[in-house]
Ligand binder design. Structure first.
Ligand code: ADP
Length: 403
């Protein structure tokens, strides 16, 4: 089955074309459209022989972006398809399923309308996700669209974990509760961890997954079900991130508003876009830049890295308590997969909890493969597992449409 996986942001569109079946999961092509609706849009496309092609020009919206992606996929020189009708299905990453979707679904008009009703729960991402699904429907009427929700894997959380301790009516009337995000990634890496641990004859029921990228979240998974996760109603809660504050005393918001005269939306913009390691370091939201600055003696950069690691460590500790122990801790995402230093800061110094971190294995950790970075006597396995959200979306799409 030829499946085009689409991950639409407000001004971007990432895509990956799969040839997928029970035994096959070949990536035929992939790319990114940037600056949609902004002058000088850019498509970076991987063509037939893997060569990268840059296509420039203005792209006004998601329908036009998708049309340009179709053209690239079918280009006679670097395309991989004869005709766009070779695509059997679209798989879409959708941010918020609220309490309406706890699994992937075919995006019928009814389901699209339900998603439209949930835009206020994800105002930055949902309009783009929906626009992309509607663009696919307009351009290829008979090809099915599957929605794979970032929140779905977390829907197994119990009420004790997902409720906020505020008046109950806000949950009943307005669906205010913790939902969690990055579910596709947590699901994938926890599943890969189970396969790995099983193959080694190890215990595998309690796993803590740490997705550490521009946005970061932690999940406590028991027997394949999420017990708790760090992000909340929106992806602002939890550990500090590239530009997001993470957990904060809510009274800080009014205090700063009174001091600075900022409105609530300006304040939320500060917490979403100007906080986290960017806000603390004043250097960048990119962990590579901050690490370089810290290595050159920048104290605020060092503080930002220390705070990030400390907060991730605290979540891990709280989830060890929630799960009554842990069999494996998994690190993934751009930071988890690539930063030797951040892995050491997070996982070092937890031997009191049976977590024995191995510096040498950490330094020798290979990119793109599962690596074990715990000492031989560690009670807890420490695994670095590359995430692959697009693969999960392709798999979900295939499985749903093959039923
Ligand atoms: P997203 O959440 O947008 O998918 P990624 O998972 O790609 O992001 O993670 C991006 C983050 O990973 C950036 O902050 C980047 O600095 C960090 N990162 C990537 N490679 C390294 C590295 N070698 N060392 C430290 N940080 C890295």
């Amino acid at each position: 089955m030829i499946i085009l996986v689409l991950n639409a942001g407000s001004s971007s569109l990432k895509y990956q074309l799969f040839d997928f079946d029970e035994h096959k999961r070949d990536v035929l092509s992939k790319g990114t459209v940037e600056r949609i609706g902004i002058p000088k849009s850019l498509i970076t496309h991987k063509g037939k022989d893997g060569a990268e092609i840059k296509i420039e020009g203005d792209i006004s919206g998601h329908t036009e972006a998708l049309q340009k992606v179709f053209d690239a996929l079918c280009d006679k020189d670097y395309g991989v398809l004869v005709s766009i009708s070779d695509i059997s299905a679209f798989g879409h990453r959708v941010l918020h399923g609220a309490e309406d979707f706890n699994a992937s679904v075919v995006m019928t008009d009814k389901n699209i309308n339900i998603c439209k009703g949930n835009i206020e729960l994800g105002p930055l991402h949902m309009p783009a996700n929906i626009a992309c699904i509607e663009a696919c429907k307009n351009l290829m009427r008979d090809t099915p669209n599957v929605g794979v929700f970032d929140t779905a894997f977390h829907s197994s959380m119990g009420k004790t974990a997902y409720m906020y301790a505020i008046p109950y009516e806000y949950y009943e009337k307005y669906k205010v509760r913790k939902y969690g995000f990055h579910g596709t990634s947590h699901r994938y890496v926890s599943g890969e961890a189970v396969k790995y641990l099983k193959s080694k004859g190890e215990k595998y029921s309690r796993i803590i997954t740490c997705h550490l990228g521009n946005g970061s979240s932690i999940a406590a998974v028991k027997d394949g079900k999420v017990e708790d996760t760090s992000m909340g109603l929106t992806p602002l809660e939890g550990v500090s991130m590239g530009t997001r504050s993470g957990d904060l005393d809510p009274a800080v918001i009014e205090f700063i508003m009174q001091k600075t005269g900022q409105s609530i939306s300006e304040m939320l913009n500060v917490l979403n876009k100007k906080s986290g390691v960017l806000g603390i370091s004043g250097v960048s939201s990119d962990f590579r830049d901050i690490s370089t600055a810290a290595a050159n003696g920048n104290e605020r950069a060092e503080l930002a890295l220390g705070m990030f690691a400390y907060r991730v460590k605290k979540y891990i500790g709280s989830y060890i308590a929630a799960l009554n122990g842990v069999d494996a801790i998994v690190l993934t995402g751009g930071i988890g997969e690539n930063s030797t230093d951040m892995r050491a800061r997070i996982l070092g110094g937890m031997d009191g909890l049976g977590v024995e971190f191995d510096e040498k294995k950490n330094r020798e950790c290979k990119r793109g493969a599962i690596s074990e970075i715990n000492g031989n006597l560690s009670k807890v396995k420490l695994l670095v597992i590359p995430t692959d959200e697009e693969l999960v979306i392709a798999r979900e799409t295939y499985e749903l449409l093959s039923q």
